[in-house]
Write a protein that binds this ligand. Structure first.
Ligand code: PAF
Length: 294
């Protein structure tokens, strides 16, 4: 006697562009809407929230895992970026992903990334994270444009933790008239406030204890807005607080949330963004603040 064990495989994993297109076409013929969650893998609960939310926007949910070499600088962590495909597949399946696209670099950049046609969103890509990571957002915009063209989703979902990335992708979609709706999902945090990120795994135990201070310092800065303290002063206080908490700040900046232009003394829809190193990990976070006059 032998026991037959049935395992229902719900999620399809494909590695080739024509396989994605064939499956998407089948769904489109059945008039099913498609929501897409692009990722670089090493998934955490923040990604899972994106996938869960994607079910609100499409009848079929497609995720991608591709560690995009074009968005890493020469001295960044491309070669050590954690690759956890099997675990990621299991997790994606558990949250009801219908299709996973996991291409390799030759599939995405068949002629090599040096000669790849690029997509650049000027100005927005050159400030904040773009100023300290030259070329990063060209890499992001190029790969996201390619992924959107491959998957052709109705909606694509991105986390608000990478707020500048979200704005750049939204602008690219608008500028290039891509037929997709871009949706931002609020940052998912650990119980102590630390924004979830794949790069949190680089933190030592001691750094992990210090890491929630980034969000705490942003919260203090947010409380100070609209209290008669100048924006420059709030940014400087936050920068000094980060240094005191053991970070190496890259920037703390108060901007208009709609376009990341410098915020003036007036009220408005503002966002305080910060990037800081804690050991090997470069952490980013932000907090949105609607300032109204008293
Ligand atoms: O946010 C990310 O994980 C990446 O930048 C993205 C959007 C998947 C592009 O590689």
């Amino acid at each position: 006697m032998f026991k037959v064990q049935w395992k229902i495989i719900l999620m399809i994993t494909v590695h080739q562009i024509n396989a994605v297109r064939a499956q998407i076409k089948t769904w489109q013929r059945l008039e099913q809407t498609i929501a897409f969650v692009p990722t670089m893998g090493n998934l955490h609960n923040g990604h899972l929230e994106l996938v869960k939310q994607a079910h609100q926007y499409g009848q079929k949910v497609v995720a991608s895992i591709f560690v995009n070499p074009m968005q890493f600088g020469p001295s960044e962590d491309f070669l050590t970026y954690p690759s956890t495909l099997e675990t990621d597949q299991q997790i994606l399946e558990q949250v009801g992903t219908d299709l996973l696209f996991a291409p390799n670099a030759d599939t995405i950049y068949p002629y090599g990334q040096i000669v790849q046609t690029r997509v650049e969103v000027p100005e927005l890509s050159d400030i904040l994270c773009g100023a300290s990571r030259p070329g990063h957002f060209v890499g992001v915009a190029t790969v996201v444009c390619k992924l959107l063209n491959i998957v052709q989703p109705d909606v694509a979902i991105f986390g608000e933790k990478d707020f500048q990335q979200l704005l750049i992708i939204s602008r690219m979609v608008e500028d290039l008239n891509l037929p997709v709706e871009i949706v931002g999902i609020p940052t998912v945090r650990e119980a102590d406030g630390l924004a979830m990120s794949s790069r949190n795994s680089y933190l030592t135990a001691d750094e992990r204890n210090k890491a929630p201070n980034l969000y705490k310092i942003l919260q203090v800065a947010a409380q100070n807005l609209g209290q008669g303290i100048s924006k420059v002063q709030i940014e400087e206080q936050a920068r000094l607080a980060l240094i005191a908490a053991g970070f190496k700040p890259n920037y703390v900046s108060i901007r208009h949330a709609m376009d990341l232009t410098e915020a003036g003394p007036d009220d408005g829809d503002l966002i305080i963004l910060a990037a800081a190193y804690l050991g090997k990990a470069r952490l980013i976070d932000n907090i949105r603040v609607y300032v109204t006059s008293q």
